[in-house]
Each structure stands twice: as C-alpha cells, then as structure tokens.
Design a protein around this ligand. Sequence first.
Ligand code: UT7
Length: 337
Amino acid sequence: MALATRAAVVCGLGWWTPPNVVTNDQLAAVLDTSDEWIRSRTGVVHRHVADAGMATSELAVEAGQRALKSADLAAVDALILATSTPDYHCPATAPEVATRLGLDVIAAFDVAAVCSGFVYALANGAGLIAAGIADRVLVIGADVFTSILNPRDRTTRAIFGDGAGAVVLRAGNVHELGALGPFSLGSDGRGANLIMIPDGGSRRPGPGAGRDESDRYFAMNGKAVYRKAVATIVASTTRVLELAEWPVSAVDLLVCHQANQFILEAVASRLDIPMERCLSNIDQVGNTAAASIPLALGYGLECGALRPGHRVVLTAFGGGLTWGATLLRWPELTCVT
Ligand code: UT7
C-alpha cells in the first residue's frame, strides 16, 4: 500500500466497567458532600468502582477481549495501554495484558498522559501503522483511578470512577470509514503541579520526615484545571478541524474527555456545537481518565448517538498538562457487550 494513502483504521471497539456502582448518596454517607453538590457541580450521578485488589490489567483485559472480538481478530502486532494507574510502578502493565489476552510476544508498552492518555495512545498506534512497523494495534485506555484517591478527599472522590475501553486499529486507506485523521497533541509542563501525586516518584520516593500524608494521593487544583481545560480543548479541537479541513458544522458528534458536564457544555458552546451533538455519559461513569473516551464511544453506540458515517471528533485534556484531539468518520462495527 502506498504510504501516502496508508492510514490507521478503527475496526473494533470494546469497553468494560467494574460491576460495583457507587452513588452520590453512598459517598455522602462517608464524606462531607451531597448528591445535590455533586450533580450540580459535576453532572456525576454515580460511578463504577473496582473491588479492592482489582488491578488496571483486569479491566484492560476485559475491554481488550471485547475489542478483539468486535474486530474479529485473535492476533495483533502491538498493544498500547494508556493508564496512570499501572499495576506496578515498574514494569509497564501492557506486556502482562498482552500475555493474558493470548497475544503472544508482541510489542507492548504503556503511555502515561493521564486523561489525554487514550488520544496519545491512538496517535502512537497510528504512528506504528503509518511507519509500517505494525499492521494491527490494540489500543486500550484503562484506569483504576479510585486506587490513587485520598479516601478523605471529597473533591476527587466525587468525580472519578474506574473503567476501561479499547479500539483495534488496522492498516487501511485514508478514504475508508474509520480512518483516523490528523492529530493535534500538546503539553505544558508549567501546569504539572495542577494535577499530581507529589510523593512516591523518583523526586520524593518513600515517606519523608514532615511530609503531609495526603501527598501520596492524587490531588487536583480543580478551579485552575477547569479554566485551562475549556480553553485548551477548544483550541486543540479547532486545530484538528483545520488540519482536516472540516468546518465545525460538519461535526456530527463531539466526543470529549468526560471531566465535568459543565466543561462539556462550555466547550460545545464556544465551538458553536449544539449539546445534542456533544456526547455525555459522565452522569453514569464519572471521570474515568484514560478510559473516558472509549467508554463514551461505547455509550454512543449503545444509545444510537454514534452511527456509521458520522463525523466524530475525539478530544481530551488532562494532567501534565497534556491534551490531544483527532477525528474520523465512524465505521460499521460489531458491538460486543
Ligand atoms: O480529568 C482531568 C481534567 N479535570 C478537570 O477538568 C476537572 C476540572 N475541575 C472541576 O471539574 C471542578 O473544579 C471541580 C468539580 C473539581 C470542583 O468544582 P468547583 O465548582 O470548581 O468547586 P471548588 O473547588 O471551587 O470548591 C467550592 C467549594 C469549596 O468549599 P469552600 O472553600 O467554598 O468552603 C470546596 O471545599 O466546594 C467545596 N467542595 C465540595 N463540597 C461538597 C469541593 N468538593 C466538594 C464536594 N462536596 N464533593
């Protein structure tokens, strides 16, 4: 195939959430919060929470199996796992997921870009295919985000949930349905401190004298992140539309990282995209970090909002700070639940 027309084509989708559902009222029973506060500030109604001991690899395998079945494939050439909650600090989780999926000794690696991880992983997968290094790539976004939350932090516990989603990419043609279009990726390390776990990395390993116990948990400056998220998602989405030469009016479905219902509404409004064309499932799953976009795609298929031929934009923003957007015309896919 000529390299100029070679593209990564989405040919399978799978997703999975742990069965345990935690409502806002259940959180309010153990934290100083309320269903009213959480709904009115975030749009979250409930979230799925992994049982104790259930690791990210377990969720990734569930979603990966379904994606492979949806693509009707038993083998791929590479597996990329986007996560910021790997089973271990070292090694990466992707090789173990590949083994458990029976994918033999393929290339497998993790991508760490927090809530932008899935778009970054898609870009990596598309790059492997474009370079001719792989013909089929399984891209998974999975996080047990609740495992890094401070049990006493009402702000983060109100928002985040656990889940996994995956797509299979295959080598194809830029003109096919499912072909991933251009990418717009970016980062700004000046905002690293807005979303972070201060302790436990190489800068501050282990417990230190005088350190705050809460520093070993995930923390976010919600207000500052909110403002950056809206402006940055609008800019990177606009950029990817320009690269593809799609007018905003051509977008059938905006699939934005599900961080907060009011971020989705602000982004849609600034882009002049009506909310009916902006997918939202945050009420059911909360913010699931790297799993957010593929879980939203699964929801879109199930509820009929996402149909073959639709012009779809995927756009994310998260810790790092990082962001990314890409687009495609949605393919005909077998739905595996
Ligand atoms: O996924 C990566 C990207 N992440 C995001 O984009 C998240 C962006 N940020 C947000 O979604 C919002 O900023 C939050 C949902 C995190 C917070 O909402 P907010 O409206 O910005 O609230 P706030 O942080 O300004 O806090 C307002 C008040 C504070 O109390 P005081 O200081 O005014 O007394 C908080 O302590 O709300 C309090 N608060 C809560 N109250 C009840 C914070 N969390 C809760 C809670 N229940 N769960």
